[in-house]
Design a protein around this ligand. Structure first.
Ligand code: C5J
Length: 218
């Protein structure tokens, strides 16, 4: 069984019951001139994940891992967006440089070209931060007998963390890949990763992508 050196200890996984989860690598968050940058964020903090994640995806596909992508966003009429979320995110649904912000079907809502999903890879549209809330993710994982998740994407302290916490409570073992998750805030990146592996791995494990790629190629 492949084993990866990780924090707080070795992480072993069976490829046939492991999924590689790619969370919200969307243009709205990652493109220069897009929604994320319009809020004053430095998108370079997220874009540095693209290259390692491209390599990890290639290794995961070659090893036969199930690949699942997610996108955060809402229906055009915003009927699935809680008013409480809209009050604190008034830009949602407004016209931005890449179409209506975080609205399904808009250019900005879709996944960046570099990480385009391949045919047959599920793309889970989620209205919340967690990938389990109001989605079919549990069903998709159950149907394939998935027990372990290799987690990547953005942002570390928001959608990645929420999803890992949801997954952990549902009994999945989560390995978060530190160079393949990104935050606009270096402090949140550092602390977010520490929180995953703290207390003996309270939410899961943390490793870097070269270690996972090496394990997948053994
Ligand atoms: C994600 C966000 N994907 N930061 N969303 O983390 O609002």
């Amino acid at each position: 069984m492949p084993t990866v050196e990780a924090d707080p200890g070795p992480f072993s996984f069976a490829p046939e019951s492991t999924a590689l989860l790619v969370i919200d690598m969307q243009r709205d968050f990652l493109l220069p001139g897009g929604f994320g940058e319009s809020l004053g964020n430095d998108v370079a903090q997220l874009r540095c994940t693209i290259e390692p994640l491209t390599a990890l995806l290639a290794a995961g596909r070659a090893a036969g891992l199930k690949i699942i992508h997610t996108r955060e966003g809402h229906l055009p009429d915003l009927s699935d967006c809680p008013p409480a979320k809209l009050r604190r995110g008034p830009m949602i649904g407004k016209e931005g440089r890449f179409g209506r912000i975080l609205i399904r079907g808009e250019y900005g809502h879709d996944i960046i070209d570099e990480l385009r999903p391949e045919a047959g890879e599920p793309v889970v549209d989620k209205p919340g931060k967690g990938a389990f809330y109001a989605t079919d993710l549990s069903k998709i994982l159950d149907n394939d007998g998935i027990k372990s998740l290799i987690v990547t994407g953005v942002t570390t302290e928001v959608c990645v963390h929420t999803t890992v916490r949801e997954a952990n409570d549902r009994g999945y073992e989560c390995l978060v890949i530190k160079d393949c998750v990104g935050s606009y805030f270096p402090e949140f990146q550092r602390v977010g990763l520490r929180m995953i592996a703290a207390q003996g791995g309270i939410f899961g494990w943390v490793a870097d992508s070269p270690a996972v790629i090496a394990a997948l190629q053994e």
